[in-house]
Write a protein that binds this ligand. Structure first.
Ligand code: MF3
Ligand code: CO
Ligand code: CO
Length: 256
């Protein structure tokens, strides 16, 4: 992949649709709505804007996006669960446009969330951004894992090991795995043209995971709270580009 200009152009379009979907949801995620309603809005918005939702029918997944509440780490399945005061939900959207993928997630807070939950959400966002800001050709994957792990553990939180970021392009998931923990100067070296996600899942308690009987929903083993943010990124000659940035400046809650 010598000339990645055209690939980046497509990643920008898919990434922007995924980000605009999360922007649109900011106005609709509130107390009293079900996670199925969020799924419906996301499905329709992506369809009406020239794309489709990658999760729908992906490996047997039956919804168009993931809604992961409170102690759910990731891959929560939208349902008739009604959002309540004090909940926090991660919504993870993956849009496909012209065969390229944009994958991004944000946390949304319902009503008044606890100080502990707010601290976890802020630390998770900050950890992702610290890893993103060091991206450039020549650094190694372990360097970004180290940024996340060292920051998060200093705050007394833990980094989930069982799920990771991933290469992404004209496939949803492809090599390399992007671990959110690691050691400086270890692992694969970053090169211009690489495209991948960073999507740290951070737990208030232990990092261990349990998968529910639906085969998808990953929860914290100790029922502690968990938070996640995700961006799709590309490495260029000088540094990086975020393909899934919010055009409205909706980075972390509160958004409105
Ligand atoms: N969007 C998730 C990721 O960040 C993957 C979800 S797979 C699904 O990689 F099937 F659960 F949607
Ligand atoms: Co992803
Ligand atoms: Co995702």
């Amino acid at each position: 992949m010598n000339n990645y200009i055209e690939k980046f152009e497509k990643m920008r379009i898919a990434g922007s649709l995924a980000a605009r979907t999360l922007d649109m949801l900011s106005e609709n995620i509130k107390e009293g709505v079900s996670t199925n309603y969020i799924d419906k809005l996301g499905y329709e918005f992506i369809r009406d804007n020239g794309g489709y939702s990658a999760p729908l029918y992906y490996r047997g997944f039956t919804k168009s996006l993931c809604t992961s509440l409170n102690h759910v780490i990731c891959h929560g399945i939208p349902s008739d669960r009604i959002l309540q005061d004090g909940d926090a939900v991660n919504v993870d959207v993956t849009a496909v446009v012209d065969e390229y993928y944009g994958d991004t997630s944000r946390m949304y807070c319902i009503g008044k969330t606890s100080v502990k939950l707010n601290n976890l959400i802020n630390a998770t966002y900050e950890a992702m951004m610290r890893a993103i800001k060091i991206l450039k050709p020549g650094i190694k994957l372990g360097d970004l894992g180290y940024e996340i792990q060292s920051y998060v553990e200093e705050k007394g939180f833990s980094v989930v090991r069982d799920f990771c970021g991933h290469g992404i392009g004209n496939k949803f998931h492809e090599p390399p795995n992007i671990l959110h923990y690691g050691n400086k100067n270890s692992g694969m070296e970053l090169k211009p043209g690489m495209t991948f996600t960073i999507e740290p899942m951070i737990n208030a308690g232990v990092y261990n995971v349990k998968i529910l009987n639906d085969g998808w929903t990953a929860v914290t083993k100790d029922k502690s709270l968990s938070a996640q943010f995700e961006h799709t990124l590309g490495i260029n000659e000088n540094g990086y580009e975020i393909f899934t940035e919010s055009a409205k400046g909706y980075t972390k809650p509160p958004y409105l």
